[in-house]
Design a protein around this ligand. Structure first.
Ligand code: FNR
Length: 348
């Protein structure tokens, strides 16, 4: 094997490691996270008819049919292709937008492209987001969008994950400039996201300055890449819990910054609605849907995503909020760690 083949093989093996280790995390007993500190005040007479709830939500200059999306995960191996097919069928059947895993592998090793392309092939009319790292430039971004005929481009910021990975990059200084150039050249809207460590107020402000109009805060409390990468190499367990949760990031976000998406530890339709209540336009789920896809295939994910969407509508009816945007006005009590975070950050 030449060194290129070795590199491609190593990167593909990493994708399967990520799938396996992420599913292992989902099989652990459910843990508390910061969404539990976001309590919605129940008003027993506020409800409306569920038929009067319209789940459509505005994200940047587009309307998404539902405020729930399948977040970026995988591609690059036969296993990943099976997962992407199941998730894409669920997206097609429910209208949920879906993101690919990082297309970096497909750009460098085109024989892996079909394992990503299946997301568009199975879901020709749905909202599809192409995912790429901030270490790439505008030309690669355009290729990634073309490959999936994507409606938007997700750029992930995964500096913590790279730092923990033995084979990861340690060079992050060019990222902001690259994002600015990608945004300026991109034919579709650009969404910048974390991968489970959160986007701070300062980061969101900087992204705004780079022209980014939509950001997914993707915080702690769900899939932990600190634990996934530590399981692959050891010695970095101290990073578990590093970063901020989606709930804290949404509360910390600047009022004049990018429109917000929430992910990281969204475990139920109630967490979707908590995210909307904290100002997100939609909530993204990765690990929980992955586990369902691996365990039960396409039929199981279709059923699961469908249930999440109808339960989200039921919750909005209960709250008397006819749209996802209206949920931003509901009464909340912030407890525990989230309350402490707000006090420390000077948030009212
Ligand atoms: C991810 N995530 C991710 N994010 C990204 O932007 N590009 C990627 O390629 C990947 N790859 C990936 C693989 C696997 C197996 C998982 C589970 C996740 C991160 C994902 O989109 C999300 O930000 C985090 O997983 C937090 O959400 P959950 O899992 O707590 O719902």
């Amino acid at each position: 094997m030449d060194s290129e083949t070795v590199t491609a093989g190593t990167r593909a093996a990493r994708k399967d490691d990520h799938l396996r280790l992420a599913v292992t995390q989902q099989r652990e007993p459910a843990a508390r996270n910061d969404f539990d500190d976001v309590e919605i005040v129940h008003h027993a007479l506020d409800g409306i008819d569920v038929g009067d709830v319209d789940l459509a939500t505005r994200v940047g200059d587009r309307t998404w049919p539902v405020p729930l999306y399948i977040n970026a995960m995988t591609g690059g191996t036969a296993n990943a292709e099976r997962v992407n097919r199941a998730l894409a069928i669920a997206a097609r059947e429910t209208g949920a937008p879906i993101a690919s895993g990082s297309l970096s592998l497909a750009l460098d090793d085109p024989w892996t492209a079909q394992s990503f392309r299946v997301i568009r092939d199975e879901n020709p009319r749905g909202v599809v987001l192409a995912n790429l790292g901030a270490d790439r430039g505008p030309e690669d971004a355009a290729r990634a969008v073309d490959l999936l005929e994507a409606d938007a481009l997700q750029i992930h910021l995964n500096a913590v994950q790279e730092t923990i990975m033995r084979e990861g990059s340690r060079d992050f200084g060019s990222w902001a400039g690259r994002i600015e150039r990608i945004v300026a050249a991109s034919p579709v809207p650009v969404i910048v996201k974390e991968v489970g460590f959160g986007l701070s107020r300062r980061t969101l402000r900087r992204l705004s300055g780079l022209g980014v109009r939509v950001a997914d805060v993707s915080g702690t409390g769900g899939t932990s890449f600190a634990r996934i990468e530590d399981a692959r190499r050891g010695g970095y367990a101290f990073f578990d819990g590093y970063g901020q949760s989606a709930a804290c990031c949404l509360l910390d976000a600047p009022g004049d910054g990018p429109a917000l998406l929430a992910s990281g530890g969204v475990r139920s339709p109630l967490d979707v609605v908590r995210s909307l209540a904290l100002g997100a336009r939609a909530a993204g789920v990765a690990g929980p849907f992955l586990a369902v896809a691996v365990d039960g295939g396409a039929d199981a994910v279709v059923e699961d995503v469908r249930a999440w969407i109808s339960q989200t509508a039921e919750l909005l009816a209960l709250l008397g909020t006819p749209t996802p945007a209206a949920a931003a006005g509901v009464d909340l009590l912030l407890r525990g760690r989230v309350r402490e975070f707000c006090e420390l950050r000077g948030i009212d």
